[in-house]
Design a protein. Sequence first.
Length: 147
Amino acid sequence: MLTAAAACCVIAGCGSSASSSGTGGSTGGTAASSAGASASATSAVCTDVSALRSSIGQLGHISISKNTGSELKSKLSQVNSDLSQLAADAKGQWGPQISGLKSALSAAQGAVSDLTGGTGSVSATVSAIAGVATAATSLLSAAAAGC
């Protein structure tokens, strides 16, 4: 479990902080409205990226106890929720990376369910969570350029 937690901690620091730069010099109302809408979309996407980065980072903060399975389920659910919001706001941007993370999340959620149901193994769960870390690194690296 430590390896997956370490990988998730590395991801939490991945990328850059959200910042935006305005477009200057536009005097036309339509151009300003278009720029404002674009800035709002970018701002929403960057907020989503930040939320996803945070929820991925939380996967590295798991307490090993009898409730670890429930804690992992909850944290993976939050990652899934944040990823869904990003996918909706990004409107196709980073599509392959988002699909990759969705697949990795599905595998990890299945592995955790198997583990808590008594049919899975710790090593399979760690491997699946490491897959989430790898896919998240890919997405967050791609997103870092825009946010």
